[in-house]
Ligand binder design. Structure first.
Ligand SMILES: Cc1cc2nc3c(=O)[nH]c(=O)nc-3n(C[C@H](O)[C@H](O)[C@H](O)COP(=O)(O)OP(=O)(O)OC[C@H]3O[C@@H](n4cnc5c(N)ncnc54)[C@H](O)[C@@H]3O)c2cc1C
Length: 374
């Protein structure tokens, strides 16, 4: 019998889940409907850096997940045949001013590479060598170069994956939906029953699961970044991403496009307004990194809403007491990196059922999802 699966949310988690639900064995007997209204989506606002290996975060579960996510990217891109405009391993450079700090970072890179071959080549670069790789920078610091680091265009990735899934078994509905207390999905055409529902609504999980009697420990965080056009500069297609110490990240996308950001604004509200003071601050950071850039170079300011849990860790899986509904949230500032692996795992679980054991990647879901009756 045909299986009907709904996905609520079309960011990186929902889009990757939809893609895998269109290619996994058994998907031929499955009809998938994705509901998304796109407002505030973190995925389309994101800077696009895929380089988790030198993070100072001590959460080993998060690190294993981020490492798996970074390793999945090249395979996913090959399979989906998405080009270098969407994803490219341009390499990433992390800079440190103090030589001993740089040595510590390089040691960490070699240690981490033992279990993360995706990292590729590691090179220690002088300030002059950093500038040679990224001629846009005017006063770079020395740094470590990781050749497997990448940049991804979140909006283009989602678009590419959804287009391929739509050619198979996916229908997309651009609308906001909600749950009934018994887990039906209320659409503009009324309540609908689905055999499985994947809830990939990012920062909006709390309101979406409330009708089920579930309380989600997820809060929103605003993020802003600027997109610059610097086409007068010698921009190579494959210029590395730079994560400069004490400054905003610097992401060259080719074709004159450069991203500088992002902010982490913790006022706990869903606020998509562009703040001119923040734009000026981001521009000032860009100007400290490279001379000659002015407000005239800003082509867009992107605003998105990240989802955070109290321990800053993502979670995903069947909602306790609602096993037919799978949720994912809390991807925070690294969700472009972890999102595809989460989407892939959720797709398999929605299709084949069973009780997944993802304890290597996350704490039990009861850590983040509790009953409102408690
Ligand atoms: C400025 C910024 C920069 C970032 N930079 C990076 C980076 O460089 N590297 C990195 O790894 N990560 C980065 N991130 C983090 C990353 O973007 C997020 O963690 C990730 O995109 C979250 O994906 P998601 O699918 O969980 O949620 P989202 O992308 O937010 O998607 C959720 C979707 O659900 C929809 N939705 C919500 N409620 C409903 C409803 N009731 N009905 C229908 N649809 C609904 C929303 O409209 C939205 O489209 C950044 C984030 C921001 C904001």
């Amino acid at each position: 019998m045909e299986k009907r699966i709904a996905i609520i949310g079309g960011g990186i988690v929902g889009a990757t889940a939809a893609y895998y639900l269109s290619i996994l064995p058994g998907s031929e007997q499955t009809k998938v409907t994705l509901f998304d209204d796109g407002t505030g989506q973190a995925t389309t606002a994101a800077a696009g850096i895929i380089s988790p290996w030198l993070s100072k975060r001590r959460n080993q579960r998060w690190y294993r997940l981020a490492k798996a996510g970074a390793a999945l990217f090249p395979e996913l891109m090959r399979r989906a045949q998405l080009g270098t405009d969407v994803y490219q391993q341009t390499g990433t450079i992390v800079t440190r001013e103090v030589p001993t700090d740089l040595e510590t970072l390089v040691d960490l890179a070699y240690e981490r590479r033992q279990s993360a071959p995706t990292m590729g080549q590691i090179e220690t670069l002088s300030a002059a060598e950093v500038q040679q790789r990224v001629p846009l920078l005017t006063a770079p610091q020395p740094g470590v170069f990781i050749s497997g680091g990448a940049r991804v265009d979140g909006a283009a990735l989602v678009q590419g994956l959804l287009a391929q899934a739509t050619a198979k078994n996916l229908t997309i509905r651009r609308e906001r939906v909600r749950f009934t207390a018994d887990g039906q999905v209320v659409t503009s055409m009324g309540p609908r029953h689905f055999d499985r529902v994947i809830v990939a609504v990012g920062a909006w999980l709390k309101e979406v699961v409330a009708p089920l009697g579930v309380v989600a420990a997820v809060r929103p965080q605003k993020g802003q970044l600027i997109e610059l056009n610097v086409k007068d500069y010698p921009l190579q297609e494959n210029m590395p991403v730079v994560m400069p110490e004490g400054e905003r990240d610097f992401v060259p996308f080719g074709h004159g496009k450069l991203i500088v950001g992002a902010t982490h604004e913790d006022d706990g509200k869903f606020d998509l307004a562009v703040d001119p003071a923040v734009t000026a601050d981001l521009l000032a950071s860009a100007q400290r990194l490279m001379h000659g850039v002015t407000a005239d170079n800003i082509t867009a300011v992107r605003v998105g809403t990240r989802a955070y849990t109290p321990d800053f860790a993502p979670f995903f899986g069947p909602i306790p007491e609602h096993e037919a509904i799978l949720a994912a949230s809390g991807l925070g500032s690294s969700g472009l990196t972890t999102g595809p692996e989460i989407g892939r795992l959720l797709a398999g679980s929605a299709l084949y059922g069973g009780t997944p054991d993802w304890s290597e990647y996350e704490l039990p879901l009861t850590t983040y999802l509790t009953s409102s009756a408690e």
